[in-house]
Design a protein around this ligand. Structure first.
Ligand SMILES: [Zn+2]
Length: 313
């Protein structure tokens, strides 16, 4: 039985995942990074033993998906925003030693891409791009059935490709990256820039709330949603033109309201992707739900050690 570990900025989830991608048992705890790596490792080890016992299964391999940057080859954490004090620690070798099994780690968007490719909406789509739109925009690219890696194992940052050079400043320091225009916080920022001074409850605004307001017919929220759909469309269309993939799988908290955006995304593809057979690229929504990252973590193990196994019939 493969154990998956999903490490995020706010929580760590672990679970036993069978070879069809089903989660048999799970546990989670806050990341609590400030208590140090050793404490977090002890907690992860304990959760693994408890979930393994709950599923009545012995752990035979461990896969990890983590917010990055991480080094997929050595298993070391880089300078991760949420836990900079873990830098240089090696969860892969520590777990392999503790459980006497093989272990592997990937960036969490890459892990989720592997999950959708192996067990979800992108099954057997050999050229697949997985895009997650939430507080940021992340992506994982599968080419010919294998995870695409950049130079030195680097994870490509598709959220930071340029969509509009006159756009807002991005966290990376540049202007007009896709993420700065189309991630959830961009919807909130634009709403706030357009709302009247005396707008009620502006402090509690979230992308989710704006989508709800759009469903209720709020005029400003609808403008924000239209703008969001336009920028999502420009990014997705550019990916189709660049890669001509078999499928693009959309995921993330903003995509829970995908019905608000899909029509415009499709129109933008139709208008802009003239030089590739865009009609053959399937646009799909992620199908693995809230456990996608956990399932993806387990899939990381399959991809590394058992690449042809674990395909759902
Ligand atoms: Zn950027």
């Amino acid at each position: 039985m493969i154990a998956g570990i999903d490490i995020g900025g706010t929580k760590i989830a672990v679970g036993m995942v069978d070879d069809t991608g089903r989660v048999l048992s799970r546990a989670e705890s806050p990341t609590d990074a400030e208590r140090g790596y050793k404490e977090a490792f002890a907690r992860i080890e304990q959760m693994l033993r408890v979930t393994s016992h709950a599923a009545g299964q012995e752990i035979t391999g461990i896969g990890i998906g983590s917010t990055g940057p991480i080094d997929p080859f050595t298993g070391e954490f880089g300078e991760v925003n949420f836990f900079p004090n873990w830098r240089g620690e090696n969860l892969v070798s520590d777990l392999a030693r503790a459980f006497q099994v093989t272990a592997a780690m990937e960036n969490d968007a890459d892990a989720a891409a592997l999950a959708e490719y192996g067990w979800g909406a992108g099954q057997n789509k050999k050229r697949l791009i997985y895009v997650t739109v939430g507080t940021g925009i992340g992506a994982g690219i599968i080419l010919d059935g294998r995870l695409y890696r950049g130079v030195d194992g680097a994870h490509p940052e598709i959220g930071h490709f340029l969509v509009d050079a006159s756009g807002p400043q991005c966290s990376c320091g540049f202007h007009g990256c896709w993420e700065s225009l189309a991630a959830g916080p961009a919807m909130v920022a634009w709403f706030k820039s357009q709302m009247p001074m005396d707008y009620p409850q502006a402090a509690d605004l979230t992308a989710k709330r704006i989508c709800e307001m759009a469903f209720e017919g709020d005029a400003l929220a609808l403008q924000v949603v239209n703008r969001e759909a336009r920028y999502l469309g420009l990014g997705v269309a550019s990916l189709i033109t660049t890669f001509a993939p078999d499928a693009i799988v959309l995921s993330g908290s903003v995509m829970k309201s995908a019905v608000l955006f899909l029509e415009e995304i499709r129109k933008t593809i139709l208008r802009s992707c003239r030089y590739v057979p865009f009609e053959k690229t399937e646009l799909a929504l992620a199908s693995l739900g809230d456990d996608a990252n956990l399932i993806g973590a387990a899939r990381v193990w399959h991809h590394r050690f058992h690449p042809e196994g674990g395909q759902r019939a």
